[in-house]
Design a protein around this ligand. Structure first.
Ligand SMILES: *Cc1c(COP(=O)(O)O)cnc(C)c1O
Length: 233
């Protein structure tokens, strides 16, 4: 596919990769210490195909219905699908089928359901526990004391693997302050669970700050794909 859209995506991708590598370098980490997850929600499967053709391996979606359609349409591609959105009980079975990593586990009930469906699929599903950095439950995430309880439940499941933490920076706060708090939670979690080394943090507007505070997975949408079309549903 050599088209105008591909040219635009290639240029945005080059720019984002350069900025991620520079931010990693400033914190003394190699560029490959930070995984770029292209968040393609609301963009068509053809854009995912273009990105994969340009070397992107990790793709994120936030709604199961849309993700499932893209997974089907792109079954010929070696995509690692990341589920980054709010997860509902009745979507766990579907998500567990295609997810390489579930970023948004924020309550014990989800751990129980994911454990069961991953077991039925004979999978060991890697998950991150989502931290709420401002205590506002409407955007998802567990408050800090609950993070450790949810993490312990994940670590105790034979069908789940505790890979680390995820967070979204609160819109009204300096991202540096929020991501510094996340880094403290991540450090404390690692003392109990040394395998929980991943930190999914950083979006288009703040990923350099997140990388400065130890992010291993940045979730980038609009800086790669442009502004999202309004949701018409
Ligand atoms: C949409 C989304 C992103 C990407 O946001 P941009 O600001 O477009 O980079 C990252 N994380 C989650 C959870 C999202 O829903």
């Amino acid at each position: 596919m050599s088209d105008q859209r591909r040219v635009a995506l290639a240029s945005a991708l080059r720019d984002v990769r350069r900025r991620v590598a520079a931010a990693a370098g400033r914190s003394g980490r190699p560029p490959d210490a930070v995984t770029l997850v292209a968040v393609t929600k609301s963009f068509p499967a053809d854009d995912v195909r273009r990105l994969v053709d340009l070397g992107v391996l990790d793709v994120g979606e936030n709604r199961d219905q849309e993700a499932r359609a893209k997974v089907l349409a792109l079954a010929d591609l070696p995509v690692r699908w990341h589920f980054v959105g709010r997860l509902q009980q009745n979507k766990c079975r579907s998500v567990a089928r295609y997810a390489h990593l579930v970023h948004s586990v924020d309550r014990l009930a989800l751990v129980g359901t994911l454990h069961r469906v991953a077991g039925e699929l004979s999978r060991r599903l890697p998950v991150l526990v989502q931290v709420s950095l401002d205590g506002d439950p409407s955007r998802g995430g567990a408050a800090e004391p609950d993070v450790y309880r949810v993490a312990a439940a994940v670590a105790g499941s034979a069908h789940l693997a505790l890979a680390g933490l995820m967070a979204v920076a609160p819109p009204t706060e300096d991202p540096d302050a929020a991501y510094a708090r996340l880094a403290r939670v991540a450090g404390r979690l690692r003392r109990e669970h040394p395998q929980a080394v991943r930190v999914s943090a950083g979006m288009s507007g703040d990923f350099e700050s997140a990388v400065r505070h130890g992010s291993t997975h940045v979730r980038i949408g609009s800086a790669l794909l442009g502004s999202r079309p309004p949701l018409l549903r």
